[in-house]
Design a protein around this ligand. Structure first.
Ligand code: C2E
Ligand code: MG
Ligand code: MG
Ligand code: MG
Length: 282
């Protein structure tokens, strides 16, 4: 009995860190089967041209429907995919899916429609394969590189090594565009903006969330938009949830908005129906 109590006491005092590690290990194991098991799905969120109100682009956002745990956030499982190397297969799958839908939406909706895909830092810097494979697949589908935008984060450019510079050049060669995601969070250096060829800045939701006239967030958003335009970049505001935010951003000359105000991320078929329901452009 004493022994049993001891064991119980031991498990009772199992450090939280150890539990978290076990949880991560279990989830990583499940993730191994998720791709083949059809548990991963790409959702698409509209990126709206603010002046015309039309959907010009979509951001592809991954979802994991775990059989026991339900929907697991990419914020939780992408780091596990990175640590385990599974991110490579997942990233390839994201590319394939996005390519298919980009092809269809360009053909049926707008010839310049773009699908934006996210790349985590490790994924971006991987040495094998890279974007030459993507380029040939794009070609095989008769698709221009501009069909796709790759979203990366500032941190990558801050201490850009040769792997990063190489990848950016490969993207350029393939005609694939580049967006700087979560712009304005974390880093104060802007020098990389003149050093690298970037197409879009995505203003982070932390600036647009509480956007109000005369607020410091408004001043910062204004400044980011003016600066980006002077550098020849276009601006996408993330996370607009209210009509007031939309109006303020449009008034500040922001090019695109993406947020719950327009629509939440949704399955591809639903996004397809949304595009079809749009009145024809003039
Ligand atoms: P992100 O690239 O910054 O994506 C934007 C996130 O903001 C998405 O969260 C989106 O659902 C959410 N969002 C959009 N509009 C609003 C809004 O109005 N209000 C609020 N509260 N949230 C909004 P999600 O889908 O959970 O994705 C989280 C992050 O996971 C992404 O942030 C991205 O960094 C990463 N991620 C998603 N899919 C992929 C993928 O296929 N590959 C990689 N490597 N990372 C991915
Ligand atoms: Mg993104
Ligand atoms: Mg973002
Ligand atoms: Mg973000």
């Amino acid at each position: 009995a004493a022994k049993g109590a001891g064991r119980n006491r031991f498990s009772y005092f199992t450090p939280a860190l150890q539990v978290a590690a076990q949880n991560r290990m279990r989830l990583t194991n499940d993730l191994r089967g998720a791709l083949k098991g059809g548990q991963l799905e790409l959702y698409y969120q509209p990126i709206v041209h603010l002046r015309s109100g039309r959907i010009h682009k979509a951001e592809a956002l991954i979802r994991w429907n775990h059989p026991q745990r339900g929907l697991v956030s990419p914020l939780e499982f992408i780091p596990l995919a990175e640590a385990s190397g599974l991110i490579i297969d997942i990233g390839e799958w994201v590319f394939q899916q996005s390519l298919q839908w980009a092809k269809r939406w360009r053909r049926e909706h707008h010839p310049e429609f773009q699908v934006s895909i996210n790349q985590s830092p490790l994924e971006f810097q991987r040495e094998d394969g890279g974007y030459q494979g993507w380029q040939s697949q794009l070609r095989a589908h008769g698709l221009a590189g501009q069909s796709l935008v790759v979203e990366i984060t500032e941190g990558l450019l801050l201490d850009a090594n040769s792997a990063v510079t190489d990848k950016l050049l490969q993207l350029r060669d393939a005609g694939i565009q580049v967006a700087l995601d979560d712009f304005g969070t974390g880093y104060s250096s802007l020098s990389y903006l003149k050093k690298f060829d970037i197409d879009y800045l995505k203003i982070d939701r932390s600036f647009t969330r509480n956007l109000a006239p005369e607020s410091s967030d408004m001043a910062l958003s204004d400044a980011i938009i003016v600066m980006a335009h002077k550098l020849g970049l276009r601006v996408i505001a993330e996370g607009g949830e209210t009509e007031q935010q939309r109006a303020l951003l449009a008034g500040a000359g922001c090019d695109y908005g993406q947020g719950y105000l327009f629509a939440r991320p949704m399955p591809a078929e639903q996004f397809d129906a949304l595009l079809k329901a749009q009145p024809a452009a003039d």
